[in-house]
Design a protein around this ligand. Structure first.
Ligand SMILES: [Fe+2]
Length: 235
């Protein structure tokens, strides 16, 4: 599929369950922000570089976890109904190779002698840009090609159950990290739906911790207040 082909058909959601929507919005936003930081970073500044590389490693490990979630829940479910996932499986294998290559570039920045650090940073910036270009095309294919296959094959309740299995298998720390990644990338209606589901499904004190450590810090005050009033939350 060429890049021009990718723009041709964007199937309408028509009220169906959008299993890819929120997480892909979060990944796109986080990856764009990190690319911009890699481009503007002074790689001779050890403090900002350490922080940036730590954030990049965290993002890549979340991207790797996401690929695995799709393998175990979505691709396995499609195969169980006799639908081949070879194309997207191969793209996930390419992602895993990219994660290794990017880790090597990160380590190269860390160990480069001072005179080579800016050059190693430029190489990491270009490699990360190439990776996300590939990932954006991949996520687009998932949302425009695999998404409609999922709608034909599974009910919304089945798709929702797949997502819930992914979410409930996450350790609390990872769950918070994904919430922080996704929420600021989502529109107000999507935030209300997701956080409303958490409010319904979590014990009160767990929900309060998610508000404090994931929801509030990831939104502006105005966005948080809008979300709060849409859910009629107490302060
Ligand atoms: Fe994927």
């Amino acid at each position: 599929m060429t890049h021009a082909d990718l723009l041709q058909t964007i199937p309408a959601l028509n009220g169906r369950y959008d299993i890819y929507g929120n997480i892909h919005k979060g990944l796109r936003r986080a990856q764009c922000l990190l690319l911009a930081r890699l481009g503007s970073n002074d790689f001779e500044d050890v403090t900002t570089t350490d922080k940036l590389l730590g954030d990049l490693r965290r993002l890549l490990s979340m991207a790797a976890a996401h690929v695995k979630h799709e393998d175990t829940e979505i691709h396995a479910a499609l195969r169980s109904r006799g639908i081949s996932t070879d194309g997207v499986d191969e793209q996930h294998d390419d992602h895993r190779a990219a994660f290794e290559a990017l880790e090597a570039r990160i380590a190269d920045v860390e160990t480069a002698a001072a005179a080579r650090r800016t050059e190693a940073g430029r190489a990491l910036y270009l490699a990360f840009a190439a990776y996300i270009a590939d990932d954006f095309a991949h996520m687009h294919e998932e949302e425009t090609v695999i998404g409609p296959v999922l709608w034909q094959t599974f009910s919304d309740a089945e798709l929702h159950a797949m997502e819930m299995r992914i979410v409930s298998a996450l350790p609390p720390e990872e769950n918070m990290a994904f919430t922080r990644m996704m929420l600021p990338a989502m529109n107000p209606e999507q935030r209300t739906m997701m956080v409303g589901g958490m409010l319904q499904g979590m014990p009160r004190e767990v929900f309060a911790a998610v508000v404090e450590f994931a929801i509030r810090p990831s939104l502006s005050e105005a966005e948080f207040q809008a979300l709060r009033s849409s859910l009629s939350l107490a302060a």
